[in-house]
Design a protein around this ligand. Structure first.
Ligand SMILES: Nc1nc2c(ncn2[C@@H]2O[C@H](COP(=O)(O)OP(=O)(O)OP(=O)(O)O)[C@@H](O)[C@H]2O)c(=O)[nH]1
Ligand SMILES: [Mg+2]
Length: 199
């Protein structure tokens, strides 16, 4: 849950990057970390296996500056995508204010994307939150790969985006789409927050 501290005028939001193994969740955070100036970010923490698969989570604190007089901080997390880390995924997802679903655009990964998307909704449901109210955007990553290996964003959208949430094509390895995705989820989260605290 987002923390709003009226005394110190600080807002802290938790954003979780979710998706199947190797879709590029950690790569998104690395790119963001590399681009954000030092005074706007904290230390990135990655708990990974020796082969660079996320074991527990990645964590990147970002300072968005002042929004409506509040110092606004975002904490970005990634879940481990590999199927057998189910329990960890649930733990990392807990209390998320917004979710970025990172899909792997490779045609052969379609089923993994669908299963992970279902797993996300099942886990959100278990946490007793209103699943459809949780801010969500979808990123179609690895769009830089040769066109015979990947699905188009339209095909991916047909397969995954039945909720009609904001969607972004990306190449997290080189950057295109990464900040568009982050901005997309930030807007949804902040809009929801301001609606919840109105009046
Ligand atoms: N070509 C290409 N490769 C990518 C892109 N994004 C990630 N990769 C590569 O895909 C592999 C997996 O990326 P990670 O970011 O570790 O994937 P992950 O989703 O964090 O994987 P888990 O931690 O196992 O869930 C790495 O070799 C990345 O370099 C992309 O947009 N294009
Ligand atoms: Mg990872």
């Amino acid at each position: 849950m987002s923390l709003v501290n009226y005394a110190t005028r600080e807002i802290t939001c938790k954003i979780v990057y979710y998706g199947p193994g190797r879709s590029g969740k950690t790569t998104n955070l690395h790119y963001i970390y590399g681009q954000v100036p030092d005074d706007r970010k904290g230390k990135m923490v990655s708990l990974a296996t020796q082969t660079d698969r996320t074991l527990f989570f990645d964590f990147l604190p970002l300072d968005l500056g002042s929004i409506s007089g509040f110092t606004t901080k975002f904490q970005l997390y990634t879940v481990p995508g590999q199927v057998y880390y189910h329990a960890t995924r649930k733990l990392v997802l807990q209390g998320a204010d917004g979710v970025v679903f990172v899909a792997d655009s490779q045609a052969r990964q379609l089923q993994e994307n669908i299963e992970s998307f279902q797993d996300l909704h099942a886990n959100l449901g278990e946490q007793g939150v209103d699943v459809r109210a949780v801010p969500l955007v979808i990123q179609y990553n690895k769009q830089d790969l040769p066109s015979d290996l990947i699905l188009t964003t339209e095909e991916l959208s047909d397969a995954l985006n039945f909720r009609g949430v904001p969607e972004f094509a990306a190449d997290a390895l080189h950057g295109p789409g990464v900040f568009e995705t982050l901005r997309g989820i930030s807007e949804l989260v902040l809009r929801r927050l301001s609606a919840a605290h109105k009046g």
